[in-house]
Design a protein around this ligand. Structure first.
Ligand code: MN
Length: 176
């Protein structure tokens, strides 16, 4: 069976945020994380659920044009695949866990690895928290979004994309 993908897109819209996306049910279930993900289990990162995106959007990198929703540069900050954490008592499908509001994930990305919990806050249907599990991949005290600025696909930064767009030489990223 094909492994479900995840992606994190760093998006400099009117406000900087990181779009965390999981392939569930043939779409990308999506959350906007203002501070971005963390490898520090002490950091509970607010993740606001937003509209599902098409799978093809997972490796989009470029600049959303002025006037369009979310105008500004987008780069692929992390990508990989995920599975449901098999060590939890009741292993369920991602669809069921999404509906129930608790996703126990193991991420296999280039930057994000190991266990993560994504949990809906009580009484707040769109507001979730993304929290790193304490495991071998946890990095207490580290700040990965402060350390890692580049695209995992092209090595470009948000500033590189802005510069390319301003000079009319925006190179489209192609994965093949
Ligand atoms: Mn966004």
């Amino acid at each position: 069976m094909k492994r479900p993908i995840f992606t994190v897109q760093k998006h400099q819209a009117s406000r900087l945020h990181y779009d965390f996306r999981l392939e569930i049910g043939g779409l990308l279930a999506s959350w906007a994380i203002p501070k971005g993900p963390s490898l520090d289990p002490a950091m509970k990162r607010l993740a606001v659920q937003v509209d599902d995106h098409d799978l093809e959007y997972a490796d989009f990198e470029g600049v959303i044009e002025e006037g369009a929703y979310g105008a500004g540069p987008v780069l692929v900050w992390d990508s990989g695949w995920f599975e449901v954490d098999g060590s939890t008592v009741a292993r369920r499908s991602p669809e069921a866990m999404l509906k129930a509001g608790t996703l126990d994930l193991v991420l296999h990305g280039k930057r994000l690895k190991g266990g993560f919990a994504l949990m809906r806050m009580k009484g707040r249907p769109k507001q979730w928290l993304l929290i790193k599990r304490m495991d071998d991949e946890a990095r207490p005290g580290s700040d990965i979004t402060a350390r890692c600025h580049t695209s995992v696909l092209s090595g470009r930064t948000i500033e590189d994309l802005q510069h390319e767009a301003a000079s009319g030489k925006l190179a489209a990223y192609r994965c093949e």
